[in-house]
Design a protein around this ligand. Structure first.
Ligand SMILES: NC(=O)c1ccc[n+]([C@@H]2O[C@H](COP(=O)([O-])OP(=O)(O)OC[C@H]3O[C@@H](n4cnc5c(N)ncnc54)[C@H](O)[C@@H]3O)[C@@H](O)[C@H]2O)c1
Length: 357
């Protein structure tokens, strides 16, 4: 038996990973306690997604409703499958800046402590298994905001000819910048994942994601940029823009392109790898441009409100470079761009995201 163990299996990336690795013929064991509902309320619950996995995948998917902070319960799952575990994909997290500041203990316990719990269990029970960790571009804090930008009509752009014109590389420092409480808990996790790779020789990878997106996101105001733009437009909700004239730029990568990268690493893992992974130059958009794209798709104007102050530590412009990953894994191909992603989010949710009666 070969097992893929996925934490956060009801979430956007977790559920895509479950389906993908089940498709490769592995038995998939998922861990998720629907904590997203506790973070963001009922509309963000991922229970529907777990139910879908159980129905679609039958006996190739086994779900455990446990909390990754619960060391005993987590160890029991690892002990049960032991060295049958062929890969661990760690996606469970508290994912929002704004939420973290309300409850730093819980944020740190889930993001940093939970990651340590996963790593130590891999070390004890299945040390050969590659560990794929979902890190974030927020580990660079607000340092990207110190890059030289030019203001264009619909977006901020990096100065032409800058060494990061094709995207920010992993050589950007993660020190001496404002991270937010969330960014700091993710830095702790990222560094610990690297350390288990270096110190114990485990095959670990930190994938520092830009905006990860797709139709399986339980999009909500505090988390899920493109999903929430579409949701707000479709449900006729007011979308709040925080600062930067709405010209802030994000790169966006579809969850299926993300898990294809995970598969490449699984097939040819290496210790202590660190990669930026995002839409890159191929797939990026500003908030204003995303509004226009949503309006094109639905035919409805966005309802929005502008708040002068930007979110603390928010990136004015983030386009990451996938160059390092592509150099190590040239077989990986990115398929989706932003218009394809937004159209797919629309089509998948057209029955669900309707204006309140
Ligand atoms: N979505 C993005 O734009 C983005 C960008 C960069 C990095 N990331 C990182 O990628 C990972 C996955 O993101 P996502 O968008 O799929 O998030 P998500 O919120 O959709 O999924 C995370 C899942 O983990 C579960 N979970 C949370 N705490 C848990 C706990 N203590 N025990 C068990 N389960 C728990 C949640 O219920 C949820 O189903 C996270 O680590 C996130 O920080 C996401």
């Amino acid at each position: 038996m070969s097992v893929a163990l996925v934490t956060g299996s009801g979430g956007l990336i977790g559920s895509e990973a479950v389906r993908h690795f089940a498709g490769l013929g592995l038995d998939v064991v998922g861990i998720d306690n629907d904590m997203r509902q506790r973070f963001f309320g009922a509309e963000a619950s991922t229970a529907w997604n777990v139910q879908r996995l159980v129905t679609e995948l039958g006996s190739s998917y086994t779900h455990h409703t446990i909390d990754i902070r619960d060391r005993d319960a987590l160890a029991a799952v690892f002990r049960r499958y032991g060295s049958d575990i062929a890969v661990v994909i760690h996606t469970a997290a508290q994912p929002s800046h704004d939420w973290a500041v309300r409850d730093p203990y819980t944020d740190f316990d889930v993001n940093a402590g939970g990651t340590l719990n996963v790593l130590q269990n891999v070390r004890e029970h299945c040390i050969e298994a590659p560990v794929i960790h979902c890190s974030t571009n927020k580990v660079y804090g607000d340092r990207p905001n110190s890059l030289p930008f030019v203001e264009l009509e619909t977006r901020w752009e990096i100065e032409p000819g800058h060494p990061y014109e094709q995207g920010i590389r992993e050589d950007m420092s993660i020190d001496s910048s404002l991270h937010s409480i969330f960014g700091a808990s993710k830095v702790a996790a990222d560094v610990m994942v690297q350390e288990y790779g270096r110190y114990f020789g485990m095959r670990t990878a930190c994938f520092r994601g830009g905006t990860l997106t797709g139709p399986a996101h339980s999009a909500t105001e505090l988390h899920g940029f493109l999903g929430y733009v579409m949701r707000a437009n479709m449900e006729r909700r007011k979308y709040r823009i925080y600062g930067y004239q709405g010209k802030q730029v994000r790169d966006a990568i579809h969850s299926s392109d993300v898990v294809a990268a995970f598969e490449a690493f699984f097939r040819n893992p290496r210790p202590a790898a660190v990669y930026n992974l995002g839409g890159g130059r191929h797939s990026n958009i500003s908030m204003r441009e995303a509004f226009a794209e949503a309006e094109r798709i639905t035919g409805h104007e966005m309802i929005s409100e502008y708040v002068e102050e930007n979110r603390v530590g928010d990136h004015k412009w983030w386009i990451g470079s996938n160059e390092a990953f592509q150099a190590d894994y040239p077989e990986w191909k990115q398929i989706y761009d932003v218009p394809m992603i937004m159209r797919e989010i629309y089509e998948a949710n057209v029955e669900k995201w309707v204006p309140a009666a």
